[in-house]
Design a binder for this molecule. Structure first.
Ligand code: 6GU
Length: 261
């Protein structure tokens, strides 16, 4: 399965960093496809208008519904299954929901986490709809629900000017989990949030730098002792910086010796 990502934005240039580095290479080598489309291509007036004043008053502008509907329909047509009718599910089988995922970046969405990235990495087709201004006319999300699985997603509790930077973060966090994107997949196993804890501190040569020595245990050559020390550092660091993550740990994430740290 080669996953497909579509990004709809009035600032397609904002997404250019996704042509660089590991994600850029993965696109060139065909591990994933990523298409960025200018929402203004789906306007019909001379000024290519995408926004209008809010009903009920208030500050700022709201994104008009029709350009969004046209853009989303065009994505479905490009997908080649705009009028595919699914076979009914076999006896006793769940119907597989083949609708693409429509991710709507918004500070009012559910928070994006490593678990979200892992779920996104299982998707065949994700469409990211980048809003600007005060947001997209709510009826678009309701209408889109017939064709997409709609998911409002936030990066965290602060406000960005639009969805573009959030999409960059979500695509990067997702694409690096796809097979073949990261050279050494073992580096995915021990990183922050893979097991609900923050990563342990790391060191490289020289063994003493500006009067600061690397912890002795790392020079011991005893891999079991090193693994135990790193696990302890992970727990200490997480307890200090992110006590909320310790609270959220499942008992089964811990081993017997963790409980005494
Ligand atoms: Cl996903 N979008 C916007 N506009 N602001 C945000 C955000 C998303 N996540 C946090 N702040």
């Amino acid at each position: 399965m080669r996953p497909r990502y579509d990004v709809l934005s009035i600032f397609p240039e904002y997404l250019q960093p996704l042509e660089l580095s590991l994600i850029g290479k993965a696109r060139k080598s065909g591990l994933l496809s990523l298409t960025v489309t200018d929402l203004r291509d789906f306007t019909t007036d001379r000024h290519r208008t995408v926004d209008d004043t809010p009903y009920g008053g208030g500050a700022g502008m709201v994104m008009k519904p029709e350009p969004w509907a046209q853009a989303l329909e065009s994505v479905l047509e490009a997908r080649g299954d705009a009028d595919v009718v699914d076979e009914p599910p076999a006896e006793g089988e769940e119907r597989h929901d083949s609708r693409p995922l429509l991710v709507v970046p918004s500070p009012a969405g559910n928070v994006f986490t490593q678990r979200t990235a892992e779920a996104f990495a299982q998707e065949r087709h994700i469409v990211f709809a980048c809003g600007r201004y005060e947001g997209i006319d709510e009826r678009v999300l309701d209408w889109a629900g017939e064709r997409f699985r709609v998911m409002p997603v936030s990066l965290g509790d602060y406000v960005l000017n639009g969805g573009e930077v959030a999409v960059m973060a979500m695509v990067e966090a997702t694409a690096r989990l796809l097979p073949g994107v990261i050279g050494n997949p073992e580096s995915l196993v021990e990183e922050s949030h893979s097991d609900g804890l923050l990563e342990y501190p790391v060191y490289t040569k020289p063994a003493v730098w500006r009067d600061r020595a690397v912890p002795d245990v790392l020079l011991s050559g005893n891999h079991a002792v090193i693994a135990r020390a790193r696990r302890d550092w992970q727990i200490e660091r997480t307890a200090r910086r992110r006590p909320d993550l310790i609270e959220a740990l499942d008992e089964s994430d811990l081993n017997a010796r963790d409980r005494s740290v």
